[in-house]
Design a binder for this molecule. Sequence first.
Ligand code: CO8
Length: 260
Amino acid sequence: MTYETILTEKKGQVTLITLNRPKSLNALNSQVLDELIGAFAAFEADETQLCAVLTGSGDKAFAAGADIKEMYEKSAADFYLEDFFSKWTSQIVKTTRKPWIAAVNGFALGGGCELAMMADFIIASENAKFGQPEIKLGVAPGMGGSQRLTRAVGKSKSMDMCLTGRMMDAEEAERSGLAARVVPHDQLVDEAIKAAATIASMPPMAIQVNKEMVNAAFETNLDQGLLHERRLFQILTATEDKAEGMAAFIEKREGNWKGR
Ligand code: CO8
């Protein structure tokens, strides 16, 4: 499939997806959404690919938000009837069982911050800037910002960000738990691919189970989450890769994974 607003590239077992509208600071319009849905579906279906990295082209932005020029043209009825942007959750977040990392290289504002927070974790460059400035446009986050940011950084900081529209730099984002790591700007994509390759070197079924377990912490109460974790752990103990992984440790060698 060919895309006009994103680039995709396979790097070994890692798929690199790059938002590619640098003149608009990679603003997210309907075409970007449709193409990202296609790219994530292709990644998910490709058995050779085990982890993905999403980044933005150019030096300035991961994505400076949903495309304001596109949204300006739409009425409330358009937003409601199209259920504008609901496909982010239903067709990317929910259907991508393999992990993916957001490599945030600059502005991640509004929908850009919300897209980064849909990733399994964020690696930020020293130049990254996160924000939910929608209030300045007379609106509010609409792709999960008020919910995912609050879960990531807590109520006080999330309120501060949403109500004042201020930006958070990379150091604050890491300190607050929004970003997992901060790396030098010119090494961002390499570092993110390195992290993704480390993940891809793990037993494939265990990769997906670990992702599912951590996500359960957001969607269930503690008792249900602990039960879910125990049951998934018990399922993993029945896999060939569990026998191989433990044998490899005892025999002081690398594991040779079967993915089942
Ligand atoms: N949409 C469209 N175009 C954009 C956007 C955007 N979000 N951001 C930047 N651009 C364009 C600019 O219009 C400009 O284009 P042009 O050269 O044609 O004028 C180009 O990108 C470069 O931008 P600037 O000249 O403004 O660059 P600066 O370095 O001066 O400023 C900023 C960079 C601070 C990032 C500035 O561009 C800015 O404030 N951008 C808007 C940020 C913003 O408000 N984002 C939130 C958008 S709303 C949103 O995401 C809601 C999501 C949920 C919707 C759910 C609906 C149900």
